[in-house]
Design a protein around this ligand. Structure first.
Ligand code: SF4
Length: 403
């Protein structure tokens, strides 16, 4: 699948953000180098179903009021259309026959990426079942779309974003419901509630339409289940904005480190990825021996560290029972030492520092600096007490040998 041309200031889509967060190097291969990915049957299938639903549902669209670039609602003609749209929600509309939708499906079918004729036939049948079932639900209760497969763009707190939104529906109360179709096997309600894709679409619709977003729906086509969730609250959107900003900053700085993970087995770029570069033939044997030796030493190290720990704790127990700190052996004396350290809850410390105007004094995640501040007599006693209560002391005993 060819990826869109992207330069470092291009608007970010949901899939682009997800790809970068998963592996920046794969993102670069896709969006900067524009390397093609191998076609896959389930992608072809998803695209065909989406295109048929677009064609079939488009006649039902009644446009809605849009925002102008200045953020204000358009007047006159668009207002008229909005009124028309709200009226249309309660009016019966002509919905095509199921056979017409299946005919669109046959015309739209693309055979790319299926691993065998049997697989293609299985998907074809699945598509017929999905569309037949789905279209029955549409005929029984026609949706009230104001937009279908629409490309929306926005500048979200300084970051250009964009996306193709499957459908935006008018709700009975005059608001908008953002709908995203899914052809995947299973989707849970939690996935719908936590979907970043829906959250980004919410932002795009909010920025482009005048009416409020009242719902976000992942429509699971295989089970004909609309998983409707509430619009995301501001803190959730802020958190997503933070992640989008990380991607924007990474792309601006041209940071594309390979980041291996669960996605690697499905990645089409393994053969060129430095993370999976093959050992040259001439070095293979020598390096294999080194790896084996390393493994052997690591196993011995693990066995020894377990034994060392058990011996130290037996000595510790004897020292506790007998009240000792020094235990002579035949060659050395084992001396028991104590080490103390403090750990602080950075969030709570941050709050205390802010409350007492001390934020500039110390980095709240630097435990040692925070501990010193908690003992500084120049710091008000109440602040010192509050900082101390955000920390916990850890004591570690260890043994040293002396001749
Ligand atoms: S193989 Fe893994 S680490 Fe390499 S580019 Fe692909 S996803 Fe990234």
């Amino acid at each position: 699948m060819a990826s869109p041309i992207v330069n470092r200031g291009s608007p970010l889509s949901y899939s682009s953000v997800r790809a970068y967060l998963e592996c920046p190097l794969r993102w670069k291969y896709l969006y900067i180098d524009r390397l093609p990915e191998a076609p896959r049957g389930y992608f072809s299938f998803g695209r065909v179903i989406h295109s048929v639903l677009e064609e079939a549902v488009r006649p039902l669209v009644v446009p809605s009021v849009r925002k102008t670039p200045s953020g204000r609602s358009q007047l006159t003609l668009e207002d008229f259309r909005a009124g028309e749209a709200k009226r249309a929600a309660s009016e019966p509309r002509a919905v095509g026959e199921t056979e017409a939708v299946l005919e669109m499906y046959r015309r739209a079918w693309v055979s790319d990426g299926y691993t065998s004729p049997e697989e293609e036939t299985r998907y074809k049948r699945l598509g017929e079942e999905i569309l037949t079932g789905y279209w029955e639900t549409v005929r029984a209760s026609p949706p009230t779309p104001v937009a279908i497969e629409e490309h929306l763009e926005a500048t979200w707190d300084g970051i250009p974003v964009h996306g193709y939104v499957d459908r935006v529906d008018r709700t009975p109360t005059g608001g908008l419901d953002v709908v995203d179709y899914k052809t995947s096997r299973e989707i849970s309600r939690t996935e719908a509630k936590e979907s970043d894709q829906l959250a980004l679409y919410q932002v795009l619709v909010q920025e482009n339409f005048s009416d409020p977003v009242e719902g976000l729906t992942l429509y699971h086509l295989r089970s004909l289940t609309p998983l409707r969730t509430s619009p995301r609250a501001p803190p959730v959107l802020e958190e997503l904005h933070g992640r989008v900003a990380v991607v924007r900053d990474g792309i601006r700085a041209a940071e594309y480190p390979p980041t291996p993970g669960r996605q690697c087995p499905r990645c089409d770029f393994r053969s060129i990825c430095p993370e999976f570069k093959e050992v040259p033939d001439g070095d293979r044997e020598r390096l294999a021996l080194l790896v084996d030796r390393f493994r052997e030493l690591r196993e011995r190290e693990l066995a020894l560290s377990g034994e060392l720990e058990a011996t130290a704790s037996e000595l510790h127990k004897a020292a506790e029972d007998l009240g000792l700190h020094r235990i002579p052996g035949t060659k050395d004396v084992a001396i028991r030492r104590r080490e103390e350290s403090w750990r602080y809850d950075a969030y709570r410390v941050g709050q205390v520092l802010a409350e007492h105007g001390l934020s500039a004094r110390v980095d709240r995640s630097d435990s040692e600096a925070v501990r010193k501040l908690a003992k500084d007599p120049e710091v008000p006693a109440a602040a010192r007490e509050a900082i101390a209560s955000a920390g916990s002391r850890r004591t570690r005993w260890y043994w040293e040998l002396e001749r």
